[in-house]
Design a protein around this ligand. Structure first.
Ligand SMILES: Cc1ncc(COP(=O)(O)O)c(C=O)c1O
Length: 426
C-alpha cells in the first residue's frame, strides 16, 4: 500500500462519520452490502434528510408575511449564504437554483451562447451529455465550429495542452468539467482556464462540478468561471434540486425571469426552503470535519475547505488500497483477469472512482455478479447514451464503475477486492 497517498480517518472518527449517514453497510431492507455507486447518487447525510423533512412538512409560503413564512425565508437565506460563502467560496456572482444539474447546464449554454462572440466553441470528450449536447446544440444554432479535446488514454483524462490547443482568439465559449464521472480524472482547470483567458480575454467559461463537488472544495471565482453547477443529491443530499454559481457578467444576461424581479435574479417560481435546509446541514457536517483539524479557526469557508481536504485525503488512501491492495489481498492492478481502465498513475488528480474491466465478462454481467455478492456498482456501457462517447474514447466497450465514499473503510475495500477476485475467477 502506498502510504504517501492520502490519509485515513482514525477508527473512532470513521465510526462517527459512518453513523452520520443512512444505509452505509445495509440497504433499506436490511441486507448487508457495500454501496459503491455514490457517483450516481450518494449516501445521504441523516441531518440533511431530517432537516429536509422537518422543513418540507411546513405548509407556510416563503415570501408571505406571517411569522413562519419569515422563518422559511431565513432558512433559504442561510442556505444561500452557505452555498455562496462555503461551497463556492464566492464574494460576487449569484446562485441559480433549478431541478436538475442538466437543466441548469442546458440553460446556461443557451444564454451564454446568445451573448458570446466568436466563431467556435471548445469542450472535451468526457463531458456529461448535458453540457456536451448543450454546447453542440447551441453551436449549431449560432453557426459556430464545435471543437472537442480528445482524451489521454494513459491518464484517464484530457490533457490541459490538448484543450488549450483548440482555443484561439475566436473561441466564444469553453466548457470543461472539473472531474470525470467515468474515470475520476481531475482536470487541470487552473491552467486550462488561465490560458484560455490569456488567448481570448472575453471567452465564456463553463465548468460542470457535479462529479467533483463531493470530493473537494470549489473555487469558481479564482478560476474566472462564468457558470459552475453541482447536484446536492450526489453530495450527501436530497434529489430534486441543483444549483449553479454564475459570475456577475453571466448573471446579467437576459434570461427567463419574472420581469418585476432584479435583472440578475435566476430563481423562478416558489422557493423550496427544505432544500436549502438540507444544504446547510451538509455544509455544517463538512465544517465539523474541518474543525477537528483547525480547532481555533472561525472562518467557515476555511473550515469547509479543510473538511473537504480531509474527505479527499481519506478517499485517496482508500483508492490506493483498492489499486495496490494490502498484505491480506492483492489490489486491482495486480489481480489476474482484471484490468483497471483509465488508470492514471497520479492519485493526486483522481476522485474516488475506479473503472474495471474483466476478461471474458461484460460490464453488465460483472455488475450483476457484484450485486449477487453484496457490492452495488454501475455499468458504464457503450450501449448507454451516458457512457458511449466516453468509454469508446478509451477503446472500451464498457467498464464497471465503482464509486465508494469517504465513509468507507480499509476493511470494506479489502472485502470488495476479495469479491472482485471471486468474479475474476468465474
Ligand atoms: C458530471 C455530471 N454532470 C452532470 C450530471 C447531471 O446531473 P443531473 O442528473 O442532476 O441532471 C451528472 C449526473 O450523473 C454528472 O455525473
Amino acid at each position: 500500500m502506498n502510504l504517501m497517498a492520502g490519509k485515513l480517518f482514525d477508527d473512532a472518527e470513521l465510526a462517527w462519520i459512518r453513523d452520520q449517514f443512512y444505509y452505509v453497510d445495509r440497504d433499506f431492507e436490511g441486507t448487508r452490502r457495500l454501496f459503491f455507486d455514490n457517483a450516481g447518487g450518494s449516501l445521504r447525510l441523516k441531518a440533511a434528510e431530517e432537516a429536509f423533512h422537518r422543513v418540507d412538512r411546513i405548509p407556510d409560503c416563503s415570501e408571505h408575511s406571517n411569522k413562519i413564512a419569515l422563518y422559511l425565508d431565513a432558512i433559504e437565506r442561510q442556505g444561500r449564504r452557505d452555498l455562496m460563502e462555503c461551497v463556492f467560496g464566492a464574494r460576487s456572482g449569484v446562485l441559480y437554483p433549478s431541478y436538475t444539474a442538466s437543466q441548469i447546464m442546458m440553460e446556461v449554454c443557451r444564454v451564454l451562447s446568445a451573448n458570446a462572440r466568436g466563431t467556435n466553441v471548445v469542450t472535451t470528450a468526457l463531458e456529461h451529455p448535458s453540457s456536451y449536447d448543450g454546447m453542440k446544440y447551441y453551436a449549431q444554432v449560432h453557426n459556430r465550429e464545435f471543437r472537442v479535446a480528445d482524451v489521454n488514454k494513459k491518464s484517464g483524462g484530457v490533457d490541459a495542452e490538448t484543450v488549450i490547443g483548440l482555443i484561439d482568439k475566436n473561441t466564444a465559449m469553453l466548457s470543461c468539467m472539473y472531474a470525470s464521472n467515468i474515470s475520476g480524472y481531475i482536470y487541470d482547470i487552473e491552467t486550462i482556464f488561465r490560458r484560455a483567458r490569456e488567448i481570448n480575454p472575453d471567452i465564456f467559461i463553463i465548468c460542470d462540478a457535479v462529479q467533483h463537488a463531493p470530493h473537494a472544495s470549489l473555487d469558481p471565482e479564482k478560476y474566472g468561471i462564468d457558470a459552475m453547477n453541482f447536484a446536492p443529491y450526489k453530495f450527501f443530499g436530497v434529489r430534486g434540486f441543483s444549483v449553479a454559481y454564475l459570475s456577475d457578467r453571466a448573471a446579467s444576461f437576459m434570461h427567463h425571469r419574472l420581469l418585476g424581479k432584479p435583472a440578475d435574479d435566476w430563481s423562478i417560481g416558489s422557493p423550496a426552503p427544505a432544500h436549502y435546509a438540507a444544504i446547510s446541514e451538509i455544509v455544517s457536517y463538512v465544517i465539523g470535519l474541518g474543525k477537528t483539524q483547525l480547532p481555533s479557526e472561525t472562518d467557515r469557508r476555511k473550515l469547509f475547505v479543510a473538511g473537504m481536504d480531509r474527505i479527499a485525503e481519506h478517499e485517496r488512501a482508500l483508492l490506493a488500497v483498492a489499486l495496490e491492495g494490502t498484505e491480506r489481498v492483492p489490489g486491482l492492478r495486480h489481480m489476474p483477469g482484471v484490468h483497471v481502465a483509465m488508470d492514471g498513475a497520479d492519485l493526486g488528480i483522481r476522485d474516488f472512482i475506479i473503472g474495471v474491466e474483466f476478461e471474458g465478462l461484460s460490464c453488465v454481467d460483472a455488475v450483476k455478479e457484484y450485486e449477487k455478492r453484496g457490492v452495488i456498482a454501475f455499468e458504464r456501457s457503450a450501449d448507454s447514451i451516458y457512457s458511449k462517447r466516453m468509454v469508446e474514447a478509451f477503446d472500451s466497450k464498457g467498464v464497471v464503475r465503482l464509486s465508494p465514499l469517504h465513509v468507507n473503510s480499509v476493511a470494506e475495500m479489502e472485502e470488495f477486492l476479495r469479491v472482485t477476485q471471486e468474479i475474476a475467477a468465474l
